[in-house]
Design a protein around this ligand. Structure first.
Ligand code: ADP
Length: 407
């Protein structure tokens, strides 16, 4: 950043100095104004008497006065000029020209041109040229900066889910190379953090499995009671969460080898629902699941996706859950809808992000880790399909798994 400051500072200083001297040479020296002054100076050599001086003051709107020779100190170069030309022209700090000639009585004649006698055209065009050229030079300096900032912005917006970003190709001399490097470092750190988080999730889920299995085994040996049933349910929920975490972290690491086969949709769904606890299945109705509807996909993963949606519906539905299938022009749709609270419009894309739970208090008692829908989204991606959510006619959410047309 210091480099940008220094280069811009130097650029402005050099531009100002360069422009001023260039325009001075082109516009102020050898201009018609200078020629006027020269010819006036030449004619002043013929002023002899005080009456001539008074006339100059009256008629030519010049400020002429006689000054003693001792009041004018000339530099050696001016002395030479004086002897050669008979006059000298010197400029005051505000650029007002003073012409000096020598009178026969040894005094000097000083003639000052009044400000309003000087042509304003040159000054006006001088200013216009100065500011136009300065604006052009500044644009020339800032344009590569703007171009590089655009590249950095594009890269920053291209952050992938794994934390990687598009590479930024800045020229080695670019002032923004340091920011590009910082962005690369940041991306690297995000990738490391995500990797650590995935490894941790995977390790924790792995470590949970053995004690969970032991607990389940011990629980099964306990005599039947309400307490035992409740504990068994909690254990099953814990088991499901651990499985979800494990599957999610695996799906983040790599795309699995799909074992694709033809799946009869109705049979698969019926078997899936039959495997759920009895008290839940009463809510679920299977509608429009046509015997002929089949799917070419990996059965294990399609079941996983459907089960995640049904489990969510079981958590949020009041009374009714409906599972149906539909064939459209773009492919086969598996739909799970319920009569629960539904999903607000602004949350519909976010709920598919990993670990996203819109309302902590509402979902905590539902026991979710926020991974169910992220896993469903992954599974759909592997199959070239999509998942989305809308409103159900039942009053709640309508989740749709779409699989591309399969001929
Ligand atoms: P969780 O493990 O928290 O259920 P999910 O990824 O399965 O995570 O779901 C994310 C969030 O989406 C849930 O916390 C919940 O707020 C919302 N959600 C999912 N399914 C439904 C549904 N059928 N009705 C209402 N909200 C739902």
């Amino acid at each position: 950043m210091l480099r940008i400051f220094i280069s811009f500072y130097l650029f402005i200083v050099l531009a100002l100095v360069g422009l001023t001297s260039l325009l001075d040479t082109l516009m102020l020296e050898n201009t018609s104004e200078n020629k006027q002054i020269e010819s006036l100076a030449q004619s002043l050599r013929f002023v002899q008497q005080d009456t001539d001086i008074a006339e100059l003051n009256d008629s030519a709107h010049l400020s002429a006065q006689k000054i003693p020779s001792s009041s004018l100190a000339l530099a050696p170069s001016q002395e030479i000029q004086f002897q050669q030309q008979g006059y000298i022209i010197s400029y005051e700090t505000d650029d007002t020209p003073n012409i000096y000639t020598q009178l026969p009585d040894g005094h000097y004649l000083q003639v000052k041109m009044a400000e309003n006698d000087r042509p304003i055209g040159v000054i006006f065009w001088y200013r216009i040229a100065f500011f136009t050229l300065l604006a052009l030079l500044v644009a020339l300096w800032t344009w590569p900066l703007w171009r590089d900032i655009k590249k950095l912005e594009k890269a920053a917006r291209s952050v992938q889910t794994d934390g990687s970003i598009e590479s930024v190709n800045l020229s080695p001399s670019s002032n923004l190379n340091v920011i590009s490097q910082a962005l690369d470092n940041l991306s690297q750190q995000v990738r490391n953090l995500l990797n650590n988080q995935r490894e941790l999730t995977s390790a924790v889920a792995h470590e949970f499995r053995t004690p969970l299995a032991r607990l389940k085994f011990s629980m099964a040996t306990l005599p039947d009671s309400t307490l035992q049933t409740d504990m068994q349910e909690d254990l099953n929920e814990l088991d499901r969460l651990t499985q979800e975490m494990l599957e999610f972290s695996q799906s983040e690491h790599h795309t699995p080898e799909l074992s694709v086969a033809e799946i009869p949709v109705k049979e698969m769904t019926q078997a899936l629902i039959a495997g759920l606890p009895k008290q839940h299945t009463e809510k679920i109705s299977i509608n429009n699941l046509c015997q002929e509807h089949t799917l070419i996909a990996d059965g294990h993963f399609v079941e996983r996706a459907l089960l995640n949606l049904i489990n969510n519906a079981l958590k949020y539905a009041e009374q009714r859950i409906q599972v149906s299938s539909e064939v459209t022009q773009s492919g086969l749709l598996l739909v799970v809808e319920d009569d629960g609270p539904g999903i607000p419009q602004d949350l519909r894309s976010k709920i598919f992000d990993a670990f996203y739970r819109p309302d902590q208090s509402r979902t905590r008692d539902k026991g979710g880790a926020g991974l169910g829908l992220a896993t469903v989204k992954k599974i759909q991606q592997w199959h070239g399909g999509v998942v989305w959510v809308g409103d159900s006619e039942l009053g709640g959410a309508r989740f749709v798994l779409s699989y591309p047309y399969q001929g």
